[in-house]
Design a protein around this ligand. Structure first.
Ligand SMILES: N[C@@H](CCOP(=O)(O)O)C(=O)O
Length: 494
């Protein structure tokens, strides 16, 4: 069963099953749903897992969570990994140093780690909508990767309409094209004048707005979301951390039960939360190392206990998917450590004062599991070039992790770095890094440039984007989002 991070307001059920939590992700007082209990995985589980495939382990973990989804549906959802680059190994673990391994999470249809969760999640959610005979509007806010993955998973799905909000100018060109060229009639993509935080705020306000829900209800439409505020995303984001350890075991790089580090490039903190839950379930993670770009609010929180939005403006970087200041899933960690009352207090302080401060005791408790560091774009580009010279291509988000590897990994243990996206989504930055220049390349010429320089193929799904027509060209002010959504819903076929 699932409970609420900010406590219960007396109007909602105190505990809800998984299906309810994913169809209705907004909990009391604007909080989030979290599992009441986490299942345990012990060395026996991990030993057995080391003889199993990614899909088998996924199903084992879903069964341990005892969610109210039929076995057949879970199997069909997980079968979607068969369409990844390598059906037997959807998340290859690649060694790049004696003690450093890259968990490549981007081998799905939209070339980012979001597919790992959104492919099965999309299947389950649309199955539930059909089973209940209900129409759903799914909202997504994106800084570049969640949007394409959401649109791909829900394209042409019965009973589902999707509205995806992205910050105009705040994503790479490839990420934008992955969204704006979508043809499926059940999808609407809206650029906004603002940044990702504005897009996500708009999404959260709509999710919590009784009048918006009433207006949808008049059209017989219910409301859900595809971001990691939805626990249906998080459950699948736990599994690839467990599988990374299993892969270390399979490769003989760690002894059963011995610890490892994991490094996570972070923005909305869903990926890091998945690692935290995996650690709590029993995965022997020494520490979860959080990497940020210069939007380093998470580094501040984890190092000082202060979450301070007052003096910050969101800065554009070459790792745009991490350009986030209001990071949704920190709330779930706060709840897990300090309970609903304190979480509500902290979240209200953040909303009203744009600031909260943890006590020293609370900070120590966070530091039991997390450490954090940040880097700037120059550092990231140096790492891209360094590893490209050694024959390994990593994208600018993955490159931020090298700072944590150098500074925070203090024990001689194996270290897994979560690689969140393929280089093809950020080709101009990649080419600037390789050539050590600051020329403004178009994505198309940069893709060719990298492909020629590093002898690597451009996947057809990326190359084809440049020949597609732009279907979605609306870019609106924040105040116009709701009107734009209803305009879409009034025109689209039920
Ligand atoms: N970095 C994300 C932002 C949304 O994160 P989510 O995990 O909550 O969906 C993106 O690329 O869109």
């Amino acid at each position: 069963m699932f409970i609420e991070t900010r406590g219960n307001d007396g109007k909602k059920s105190q505990k809800v099953p998984f299906s309810y939590a994913i169809l209705n992700p907004s909990a009391s007082f604007g909080g989030l749903y979290v599992p009441e209990n986490l299942p345990n995985i012990d060395t026996d589980f991990l030993e057995k897992a080391s003889k199993k495939s990614y899909k088998e382990i996924t199903l084992d973990i879903l069964r341990l969570f005892n969610i109210d989804i039929e076995e057949e549906v879970m199997q069909k959802a997980v079968a979607l990994y068969d369409a990844f680059d390598d059906a037997t190994e959807p998340t290859p673990l690649v060694q790049i140093e004696d003690d450093l391994f890259v968990n490549e999470l981007y081998h799905g249809p939209t070339r980012a780690f979001k597919d790992m969760a959104l492919q099965p999640f999309g299947y389950i959610l649309s199955h539930l909508a059909q089973k209940l005979g209900e129409q759903y509007l799914i909202l997504a806010a994106t800084s570049g990767d969640t949007g394409p993955a959401t649109l791909d998973t829900f394209a042409n799905k019965p009973n589902i309409k999707v509205v995806c909000l992205y910050p105009d100018g705040g994503t790479s060109d490839v990420q934008r094209l992955q969204m704006t060229t979508q043809k499926s009639p059940n999808l609407k993509i809206i650029g906004i004048h603002g940044n990702f935080d504005d897009a996500q705020n708009a999404l959260k306000n709509l999710l919590a707005s009784p009048s918006f829900k009433e207006a949808l209800s008049a059209k017989d439409i219910k409301l859900s979301a595809a971001n990691s505020v939805n626990f249906g995303r998080i459950i699948f984001q736990i599994i690839y951390h467990i599988y990374a350890y299993v892969a270390l075991l399979k490769q003989g790089k760690v002894a059963l039960g011995k610890p490892f580090y994991t490094i996570i490039p972070s923005g909305n903190f869903g990926n890091a939360l998945g690692a935290y839950y995996a650690k709590k379930m029993g995965l022997p993670i020494q520490k979860i190392l959080i990497a940020s770009n210069i939007n380093n609010i998470l580094t501040d929180l984890i190092s000082t206990g202060v979450y301070d939005l007052r003096s910050r403006t969101l800065l554009q970087t070459t790792s745009p998917a991490m350009d986030i200041l209001i990071s949704s899933n920190v709330e779930r960690v706060l709840f897990d450590k300090f309970g609903a009352e304190r979480t509500k207090e902290l979240m209200e302080a953040l909303k009203e004062d744009k600031l909260y401060t943890l006590t020293q005791k609370e900070l120590a408790c966070i530091q039991d599991d997390f450490e954090a560091v940040y880097c700037d774009d120059t550092f990231g580009k140096e790492q891209i070039k360094h590893y490209a010279n050694k024959g390994y291509i990593m994208d600018p988000h993955t490159a931020t992790c090298l700072k944590a590897y150098k500074e925070l990994k203090i024990k001689p243990l194996p270290c897994v770095l979560c690689s969140t996206a393929e280089w093809t989504k950020f080709a101009p930055t990649m080419l600037n890094a390789i050539k050590e220049d600051s020329v403004t390349y178009s994505d198309k010429e940069a893709l060719e440039g990298i492909s020629n320089a590093l002898h690597v193929k451009i996947p057809e799904c990326i190359r084809a984007l440049f020949n597609e027509a732009i279907i979605h060209d609306s870019v609106v002010k924040k105040e116009k989002i709701e009107a734009e959504i209803f305009d879409f819903l009034n025109k689209v076929k039920p």
